[in-house]
Design a binder for this molecule. Structure first.
Ligand SMILES: [Mg+2]
Length: 284
């Protein structure tokens, strides 16, 4: 029997989408100049041929060596740091409101699930106050040595790496209790996929989100770009790179209350996907 395909998946980037950039905050918390970290050290590695995600994680790990500002950093410390982060306005109420939207659609019994796919550090996200809202969180992971200090890169998430997780959601392979890294390549007929791409809504702010925006655009999903207008140069870049080529439906401020533009659009988007699920279920 084909899958009921009545799940709405709302997928969020984390940094600069749900909260300020958590890696920069971590660096600054430990007295490291974040601007110079990104613009000088990480850029130098990238220019030397490093993948950008591996580059920043490597540069961060260098700071955990004895005598450096992050010496002794553990995954538990990252998680504790995540607990200190303030989420953007309208959270966590948004999650409750989006789940409530489904109540108006009885027949097809749609449900809403939330996911985070981030290039940032997974332990920080898991420590955050909203972590338990998500069916799965996938992001960068660091390995701890036998002294309990993070010292190796376990997982780096970049650009098209994010789309891999969208395919895992599509095939029903993404949940925190599931670790099947190779199963995503197995063939699954469209009708048997748990979450069709047209049931997906993606919210992100950065260039690492562009392949996800493009994938959803091509497959009938909805994508929303987020930008803080206080950071004008970034807003202009977002407009030129995201809206001009029509990759996203809109670029909004990261405010999620029911009277904020993005908050309203997301509530409508979930309602729209639920209505389409209901329509499909009633088709003879
Ligand atoms: Mg981001």
């Amino acid at each position: 029997m084909p899958a009921p395909q009545n799940v709405v998946a709302v997928i969020f980037d984390f940094d600069d989408t749900l909260t300020e950039d958590s890696t920069s905050r971590l660096l600054e918390h430990h007295g490291i100049d974040a601007d110079s970290f990104w613009k000088r050290r990480v850029n130098a590695l990238v220019e030397d041929g490093w993948d950008s995600a591996l580059a920043w994680m490597y540069a961060l790990l260098e700071e955990t060596e004895p005598g450096k500002p992050l010496a002794g950093l553990s995954n538990a410390a990252l998680r504790a740091f995540g607990a200190e982060l303030d989420m953007y306005s309208g959270l966590p109420q948004l999650f409750h409101d989006l789940r409530s939207v489904t109540a108006g659609f009885g027949e097809s019994k749609p449900t809403v699930e939330f996911y985070i796919v981030s290039g940032g550090l997974e332990e920080i996200i898991r420590g955050s106050s909203i972590a338990n809202e998500f069916r799965a969180i996938r992001a960068g992971r660091l390995w701890e040595n036998d002294r309990g200090v993070v010292s190796r890169i376990k997982n780096a998430v970049n650009y098209t790496g994010k789309t891999r997780y969208l395919f895992e959601i599509n095939k029903g392979l993404l949940a925190d209790e599931i670790e099947k890294p190779f199963a995503v390549n197995e063939h699954v007929a469209e009708a048997d996929r748990r979450v069709p791409f047209e049931n997906m809504i993606y919210v992100g702010d950065g260039l690492t989100d562009v392949p996800s925006f493009s994938l959803l655009k091509a497959r009938g999903g909805l994508a929303f770009g987020v930008v803080d207008p206080a950071r004008l140069s970034k807003a202009r870049k977002a407009w030129e790179k995201l809206v001009a080529p029509e990759r996203v439906k809109a670029v909004c401020e990261p405010k999620f209350g029911e009277t904020d533009l993005l908050g309203r659009l997301l509530r409508l988007a979930v309602e729209d996907v639920c209505a389409r699920i209901e329509l499909r279920s009633q088709m003879p």
